[in-house]
Ligand binder design. Structure first.
Ligand SMILES: *Cc1c(COP(=O)(O)O)cnc(C)c1O
Length: 416
C-alpha cells in the first residue's frame, strides 16, 4: 500500500490544504457523527431547510394555489433539471426532474421500444440494481417477450451479447454494491455500432464524478436526486434524453403534465415539446424545492474537484484499513484502482451487519448490503480527511473490543 504510513498530523495537513473544506458549512450535520452514507441518503443542506420552510410557510401557507404561477412551481421540473444538466455534461433542454428512478426508467424503456419497433431484446446485467431489473421484468410481462425480452448477462459477457436483435442496453454506471464502474463511453460506442440504444442509470455517479453524456453520445439516462445530490428522502429523480431523440419520443405513462396544454383539459393527448413529455402527474413541490435548493451548493464548485477529493478520501480509507492488522478479515469487494470505482468502498465480512450497527453506536454511519457487505460512502462536500482517520479508528475499536458481539446488534432492522 502506501510507502509512508499516514499520521494524524499528516491528515490534519490534508484538511488544511483542502480547497473544498468550506463546503462542509453548507450542511447541517449532527454532532459526533461521521457520515459515510451520503451514497444512500445525502445530508441536509442549509439551503434546503431554508427553502422548504419558505415553501411551506409562505408559498403554500400564504399564497396558496397562486404559487403555481407566482412562485413558478409549475416550471420546477424543468428549472431543477437544468441545474442538474451541467453535472451530466448535458446542454440545455434535455433534462427533467420528476418521479422516482424506477418510474422514470419505465417511461424511458417504453420510449426506447417505440423507437425500435423491429427489435425486441432488452439487454442488462445480472448485477444491476434490483429495481432496474424489476422494472424491466414488469415491462416484459406487460408487453410480452415478443416485444420486450429481458436478457441479463454477467458484466464480463456484455460485449459478446451485443447483437442486432437488441433494442436497448440498460446499465448502471457504478454498481451499488461493489462500487465497480463501467466505462460509459466505450460501452455506448460498442452498443451504437450494433444500432442499439443505451440507457444509463447514473444514480451512484451524479454529483460525485464528471459525466459527459452529450459528448459520449448517450441516448438516455436516469438518476437519483437523494444520493450525492442531497435532495432529501425520496427526492425526485431525473431523466436525460439526448436532443436527437426529442420530439420523436412516445412514452407510455402519458399524463396531463406531459401534455402540450394541460389546462385546455382536452380529451386528446398531444405531447408537449421536448423533454417535458416525460412528465406524467403533478410534481411533488416540497421535495422538488428541497432538491432545487440543494443543487445550488454545486454552483459553488467544480465536479472535477469533487471527484478528486472523492478519490483522495476513499484511497486514504483503503490504505488505513489495509495497514491496520485487526482489520485483516475485511476483504475488499471494490476495485482497488480508484479510476475503476465510484465514491464508495465495500468490504465483505461474515459479521458485516452487526459490525455496521456497532459502528453506528460509535457515531460512524455506514450501511450493510446483503448478504455480507459493509459499504462506506464518501461525500466529498461534507467529509474531512480527519473523519476518515477517525472512522477507521472506530472500526478498529469495534473489532478489537468485539463490540459487534452484542446479540441486540444482530437483529435486522427493516431498512439496512
Ligand atoms: C438509488 C437507486 C435507485 C433508486 O430508485 P428509486 O425508484 O428512485 O427509489 C435506482 N437505481 C439505482 C442504480 C440506484 O442506485
Amino acid at each position: 500500500m502506501t510507502s509512508v504510513e499516514p499520521t494524524f498530523a499528516m491528515i490534519k495537513a490534508m484538511d488544511h490544504g483542502d480547497a473544498l473544506a468550506s463546503l462542509r458549512d453548507e450542511f447541517l450535520l449532527p454532532e459526533h457523527t461521521i457520515y459515510l452514507n451520503g451514497n444512500s441518503l445525502g445530508a441536509l443542506t442549509k439551503k434546503s431547510r431554508e427553502r422548504v420552510s419558505d415553501v411551506v410557510d409562505q408559498q403554500w401557507g400564504n399564497k396558496l394555489v397562486s404559487s403555481w404561477n407566482t412562485h413558478h412551481w409549475i416550471d420546477l421540473p424543468i428549472t431543477t433539471g437544468e441545474k442538474i444538466a451541467p453535472l451530466l455534461g448535458a446542454a440545455p433542454g434535455q433534462v427533467i426532474c420528476c418521479d422516482s428512478v424506477s418510474v422514470n426508467l419505465f417511461k424511458v424503456l417504453t420510449a426506447c421500444l417505440a423507437l425500435m419497433p423491429e427489435r425486441h431484446i432488452l439487454l442488462t446485467e445480472t448485477g444491476n440494481f434490483p429495481t432496474d431489473l424489476y422494472v424491466a421484468g414488469g415491462l416484459q410481462d406487460l408487453v410480452t417477450t415478443e416485444r420486450c425480452k429481458v436478457e441479463a448477462v454477467s458484466s464480463a459477457t456484455l460485449l459478446s451479447a451485443l447483437k442486432k436483435e437488441v433494442a436497448v442496453l440498460l446499465l448502471t454506471q457504478v454498481n451499488f454494491r461493489s462500487g465497480a464502474k463501467h466505462d460509459i463511453q466505450a460501452l455506448t460506442e460498442a452498443a451504437h455500432s450494433h444500432g442499439i440504444l443505451v440507457v444509463w442509470d447514473v444514480s451512484h455517479s451524479v454529483g460525485v464524478m464528471p459525466l459527459e453524456l452529450d459528448a459520449w453520445g448517450v441516448d438516455f439516462a436516469i438518476g437519483c436526486g437523494y444520493k450525492y445530490l442531497n435532495g432529501g428522502p425520496g427526492a425526485p429523480a431525473f431523466i436525460y434524453a439526448n436532443k436527437r431523440h426529442l420530439n420523436k419520443l412516445q412514452q407510455s405513462l402519458q399524463g396531463w403534465m406531459g401534455h402540450r396544454a394541460p389546462f385546455d383539459f382536452s380529451a386528446d393527448y398531444h405531447p408537449a415539446d421536448g423533454v417535458t413529455r416525460f412528465l406524467t402527474g403533478t410534481p411533488a413541490i416540497l421535495s422538488l424545492a428541497s432538491l432545487d435548493a440543494a443543487m445550488d451548493v454545486f454552483a459553488e464548485t467544480e465536479v472535477a474537484q469533487i471527484h478528486q477529493k472523492s478519490i483522495a478520501l476513499s484511497s486514504l480509507f483503503l490504505n488505513l484499513v489495509a495497514s491496520t492488522p485487526c482489520l485483516k478479515d475485511f476483504s475488499l469487494e471494490s476495485p482497488e484502482q480508484a479510476s475503476a470505482r465510484g465514491s464508495q468502498l465495500a468490504y465483505s465480512h461474515p459479521q458485516a451487519y452487526a459490525i455496521c450497527r456497532a459502528l453506528h453506536g460509535r457515531g460512524v454511519i455506514a450501511d450493510f448490503r446483503s448478504p455480507d457487505v459493509i459499504r462506506f460512502g464518501f461525500s466529498p462536500m461534507l467529509l474531512r480527511f480527519e473523519d476518515i482517520w477517525n472512522s477507521v479508528v472506530a472500526l478498529s475499536e469495534v473489532m478489537e473490543k468485539g463490540l459487534f458481539e452484542e446479540p441486540e446488534l444482530h437483529k435486522k432492522l427493516k431498512v439496512t
